[in-house]
Design a protein around this ligand. Structure first.
Ligand code: NAG
Ligand code: NAG
Ligand code: NAG
Ligand code: NAG
Ligand code: NAG
Ligand code: NAG
Ligand code: NAG
Ligand code: NAG
Ligand code: NAG
Ligand code: NAG
Ligand code: NAG
Length: 628
């Protein structure tokens, strides 16, 4: 028996009681009759560009600062190679959206390779796939161009190509090159583009919007990095909320996320100062989010700007007639997504390569409007957007960005849902276990963001607490339609918010799966369609459970929020065999990170005796029994 002195103070009292009570284990009996239907969308993802989750993250383009975007462009990530210099040139714009290009000035006596390097987003992940680079060039040059991927500290080359190219001083022309690579051992790789110095000596060349991609997920053009998309695919999530979060809001109305500046050719996208400190290229734009949904089988949840910027003139949101242009803008955006090709924006979508409308059933109005001065005006703003969208698209589910009744209309209109966010301590999440049990069932819930926060990496106690919270809402998944852990992704070299579900660097073996990732994966991949009644001789805590079924298959999800192992007997009449997946560590502070993987799930086959499974649930554990 564990000495009580080793228990953390917070859980000692309930644990003491439960030890007395459960000396002979906990028995559960899962009903094989009846039950409430469970939302088929329950588990999914929330995404916004934070911690370089998009640029430098899941988005496949690997060069940082590719188009010198922004009002005060700089040469971040770029450097000169050979007997030449580089500078920002505002007099040779590529397009009106990309007004600056890189001028390479080659010395009059130059020989050998001259050009530029880009260091990526804290490196470049060379995974051994075929790579593709494109760029625009202007200036008199007729000769070879070489692209190389080269170890920053080793000089080892992981891929290169040389090809002849002719350009003139009149015009930017586009060049695209594909080349094989060999896998690099780490992310410390530079992109290098050079021309023949003896040919270019004494002249200057301009380069605009350079890109580098490896093989993308499902070979999608301008697509996603497979290393990150694959671990999302493994979760088998059901929906994707995008493009934010705070990142839609911006710091002023002008700084909001603008859908129509994220579409079409990359050189027509100006990019935007993101909410999370860094500039967003918007290469991952509206269409790319829809392809992401299509390729991973996710239902899109589109967030739209609702008149509330994070610091709009001291927190005063736009109301009344001032909102009208923004409502119209959302209708245009929806026409781009849903309109047929006879409509203005549907035709624009087709011109951009997508003839068929995308599938969209859910739109969220704003983000966290209960915070920062948004509450008082939200009922008016919500209704204004709701009315316009509902009139044009009566089948769309329209989600309010808060569940706080003070910030919502007195009665929620037909087909609307609310969004509830919960960043909490571990004990706080456990306290929320029964939050949804007694709520009015008339307005469905989306839990748009939740996690145990204020730690650097998800740890076992936090992940068990999240599982307790999840068991609580899965039991209520007639009411709670969708829920997403947040934030999703983190470039560990540049992070604004911790903890996150999945970490990565630019090493080709880039992803680090957190304990919370495994909880999401275990819960999402073991879903029934009906929540079953469970009877027990024991109350909830420290062990929590929920059972579901789909046909003959049963799923029992369990969490042990305590430092004592527990013996479980689970009776499900008619079942004979099961797969038991357990994620556990006796140290509640155990975590996975860029430097250690301490906790991964283990699987075993268990046999029922007369329909009853008996097994031990370790300390600080999350488990799923899948039986039939
Ligand atoms: C360089 O420009 C980018 C894009 O505008 C901006 O995000 C970044 O802060 C700038 N860096 C410096 C060092 O000024
Ligand atoms: C180029 O070479 C010539 C002849 O050697 C020399 O006079 C001149 O100074 C050199 N120019 C530069 C910029 O080094
Ligand atoms: C990024 O972080 C990883 C993991 O901590 C580290 O190994 C790597 O050197 C870092 N890369 C850069 C360019 O800082
Ligand atoms: C490349 O090396 C330079 C100089 O040591 C260093 O500052 C930079 O972070 C390195 N970049 C990468 C991607 O390894
Ligand atoms: C240009 O590159 C090709 C292919 O690598 C090579 O065969 C050729 O000799 C190069 N030409 C010059 C002028 O360097
Ligand atoms: C610039 O390029 C475009 C397309 O490549 C061509 O139509 C146009 O005539 C060119 N303009 C000049 C001045 O060369
Ligand atoms: C985007 O839409 C806004 C509002 O309708 C409009 O003012 C702006 O010109 C559009 N931008 C582009 C690039 O089409
Ligand atoms: C739930 O809310 C609806 C709409 O406000 C109301 O009509 C209904 O009476 C409520 N149900 C209960 C049980 O309070
Ligand atoms: C079904 O939902 C009702 C209403 O919330 C609840 O009272 C009941 O316990 C639920 N049954 C199951 C099996 O979860
Ligand atoms: C098997 O379980 C059923 C109820 O689940 C019970 O009625 C029966 O007595 C059990 N049989 C044995 C041999 O334990
Ligand atoms: C805490 C942290 O890692 N902050 C970094 C966030 O990213 C910016 C660049 O985008 C860095 O400058 C910060 O140091």
């Amino acid at each position: 028996m564990v000495a009580f002195s080793t228990l953390s103070g917070i859980s000692a009292v309930p644990l003491l009681l439960s030890l007395v009570q459960h000396a002979h284990g906990i028995s559960l009996e899962v009903s094989t009759e009846g039950g409430n239907s469970s939302s088929s969308l329950l588990y999914g993802f929330m995404f916004e560009d934070i911690n370089h989750s998009g640029d430098g993250g899941i988005y496949g383009q690997m060069l940082q600062n590719p188009g010198l975007q922004g009002t005060t462009p700089n040469l971040t990530a770029w450097a000169a190679v050979g007997d030449a210099t580089i500078a920002i040139d505002g007099n040779n714009p590529l397009t009106s959206a990309i007004p600056s290009t890189i001028k390479l000035e080659v010395s009059e006596n130059a020989t050998g390779a001259v050009g530029l390097t880009n260091e990526g987003y804290w490196g470049i992940p060379v995974d051994g796939s075929e790579f593709q680079s494109s760029f625009w060039i202007k200036g008199d040059y007729s000769g070879n161009i070489t692209i190389r991927l080269v170890g920053n500290y080793t000089g080892i080359e992981y891929g290169s190509t040389t090809f002849a190219h002719t350009s003139t001083a009149d015009n930017f022309t586009k060049a695209t090159a594909k080349f094989p690579t060999t896998k690099a051992p780490d992310g410390n790789v530079l992109y290098e583009l050079t021309v023949d110095g003896s040919v270019a000596a004494g002249s200057s060349l301009n380069f605009g919007y350079l890109t580098l991609f490896g093989e993308t997920y499902k070979s999608r053009e301008n697509g996603l990095k497979p290393q990150i998309a694959n671990v999302l695919a493994d979760v088998k999530g059901s929906f994707l909320r995008f493009p934010g979060g705070n990142n839609i809001e911006g710091y002023s109305p002008e700084n909001r996320w603008k859908w129509n500046e994220t579409i079409g050719p990359l050189e027509d996208r100006p990019g935007r100062q993101g909410t999370w400190t860094y500039y967003n290229t918007d290469g991952l734009g509206l269409a790319e989010y829809f392809y992401w949904c299509e390729d991973l089988g996710l239902a899109p949840v589109l967030g739209v700007w609702d008149g509330f910027a994070l610091d709009s003139s001291g927190g005063t949101p736009l109301t009344g007639d001032a909102l009208t242009p923004y409502v119209d803008d959302v209708l245009n955006e929806l026409e781009y997504i849903l309109g047929d090709t006879s409509t203005t924006y549907g035709a624009l979508r087709a011109a951009h390569g997508q003839k068929e409308p995308w599938k969209l059933t859910m739109v969220e109005i704003g983000n966290e409007d209960h915070l920062g001065g948004g509450c008082d005006s939200y009922p008016e703003r919500f209704i204004k957007f709701y009315d316009a969208i509902h009139a044009a698209y009566p089948d769309l589910i329209i989600i309010a960005s808060t569940s706080e009744t003070d910030c919502l209309p007195d009665s929620m209109p037909e087909g609307s849902w609310v969004d509830y966010h919960d960043y909490n301590t571990a004990d706080g999440l456990v306290d929320q276990f029964n939050y949804f049990d007694n709520l009015n069932r008339s307005v469905p819930y989306f839990i748009g963001e939740y996690s145990r926060w204020e730690i650097d990496w998800p740890n076992m106690q936090g992940s068990v607490a999240e599982a307790v919270f999840m068991i609580g809402f899965e039991r209520n998944s007639d009411l709670v339609k969708m829920a997403a852990y947040a934030p999703l992704l983190q470039l560990v070299n540049s992070t604004q918010w911790v903890p996150d579900l999945i970490g990565f660097t630019q090493s080709p073996e880039m992803t680090f799966l957190s304990t919370s990732y495994y909880v999401q994966e275990m819960f999402s991949t073991n879903r029934g369609d009906t929540i079953k009644e469970v009877t027990s001789d024991t109350d909830f805590g420290p062990v929590y459970w929920v059972a579901s079924s789909a046909g003959d298959a049963y799923y029992v999800k369990l969490a042990n929020y305590g430092s004592n192992p527990q013996t479980l007997t689970v009776a499900i009449s008619g079942t004979t065999t099961g797969k038991l997946t357990i994620l556990a560590d006796s140290d509640p502070e155990a975590y996975n990170s860029d430097t250690q993987t301490l906790v991964t799930p283990s699987e075993s086959t268990v046999q029922a005796s007369n329909g009853t499974f008996t097994f031990s649930l370790p300390a600080w554990a999350v488990a799923v029994l899948a039986a039939n």
